[in-house]
Design a protein around this ligand. Structure first.
Ligand code: UDP
Length: 328
């Protein structure tokens, strides 16, 4: 039986990966420090013999006994609100955390896939973004803590591959949505859905002309799985090229949720990328992958999920309290 370590396992992507690897027959070791993750995302797996959970912070030395076949490093705050509140932890998990997991992979002779992001392209000057583009990132801007940590992650992963012959994979993940996103993490899909369900106006930042391209979770997980099982070591974009402006997206959500909310405009956050659309030629060619779920279909499913949340969850406005971390 294959044994697979997934870090960030209690988070949005991590928990869906746990489900996928369990379904593929693996023994899954799930690891999370639960700063932004939530055990309720994986508690249905706890009764399984092929599932273990380690409450651990990967920026500290990581030890897992026995053999290991695959490691997927998905631990990181991933919403702009989170990484602005815990910038030091964000930098540490992308850098020290990645270093520890590369070392673990080397010790075990395991294949490792690291979760990079479209944020490595920053506010892109080419459109759509292909993997050969180096990006336009401000190292000292508010998003720099996330973007540069992920760029370092890619760099050190390639160094371990070239210098130690480690078997590595790098996925560049574009905006993804689905069940188990935190309603109040600030990302636009849960933000708009939560506002619609609470009967609040939808908050569009800037004039809403900035674009994003949203990928449904099942498509994202399939792309990641195919990349892990491929023999391709350079980064691959996984995302849906179906691009929309945020203003059109807000109108789409109002139509879908059949609410009569208004759209209100708020200031655009600093360094918010103006456009983002993946060029997925490489994923198509190497992985024979392309997204299957249209946005209208995916949004319907995720709206059903958000509707099923309890009123307490829906109205819990306060964000996670990170004050105890204090840059540790
Ligand atoms: N956004 C918005 N209203 C919100 C939350 C986000 O207009 O309540 C915008 C945000 O400024 C960005 C886009 O939606 O342009 C996507 O934001 P998100 O935080 O989901 O991800 P990003 O791609 O910026 O990392």
């Amino acid at each position: 039986m294959k044994k697979t370590l997934i870090t960030g396992a209690a988070g949005f992507l991590g928990s869906h990966l746990c489900d996928r690897f369990i379904a593929e027959g693996h023994h899954v070791i799930a690891m999370d420090n639960l700063i932004t993750g939530d055990l309720k995302n994986i508690e249905h797996l706890f009764p399984l013999e092929r599932f273990d959970f380690y409450h651990h912070d990967v920026t500290k030395f990581v030890h897992v006994p026995g053999k290991m076949d695959y490691i997927l490093h998905f631990a990181s705050p991933a919403s702009p609100i989170d990484y602005l509140k815990i910038p030091i932890e964000t930098l540490k998990v992308g850098s020290l955390g990645t270093l520890n997991l590369l070392g673990l992979a080397k010790d075990h002779g395991a294949r490792i896939l690291v979760a990079s992001t479209s944020e490595v392209y920053g506010d892109p000057l080419i459109h759509p973004q292909n993997e050969d583009y180096y990006g336009n990132v401000s190292p000292i801007g508010p998003r720099g803590v996330y973007d540069e940590a992920k760029r370092f992650m890619e760099s050190i992963t390639m160094a371990y591959h070239r210098h130690h012959g480690l078997d590595t994979r790098i996925v560049r993940i574009f905006n993804t949505y689905g069940s188990r996103m935190r309603l109040n993490d600030g990302r636009v899909v849960p933000a708009f859905m939560g506002q619609a369900l609470r009967g609040e106006d939808l908050t569009v930042f800037g004039d809403g002309s900035q674009t994003r391209s949203f990928t449904y979770i099942d498509d994202q997980i399939e792309g990641i799985y195919r990349l892990l099982m491929s023999d391709y070591v350079e980064p691959i974009n996984i995302g849906n090229p179906d691009e929309t402006t945020i203003l059109e997206f807000a109108q789409e959500i109002i139509k879908l949720t059949k609410t009569d909310q208004k759209i209100i405009f708020k200031p655009l956050p600093q360094d918010d990328p103006l456009q983002r659309q993946p060029d997925i030629s490489r994923a198509k060619e190497i992985l024979d992958w392309e997204p299957k779920v249209h946005r209208s279909e995916g949004l319907k499913k995720v709206f059903e999920y958000f509707k099923s949340l309890s009123p307490e969850e829906l109205h819990r406005k306060e964000h996670r309290d990170f004050s105890h971390l204090n840059g540790k």
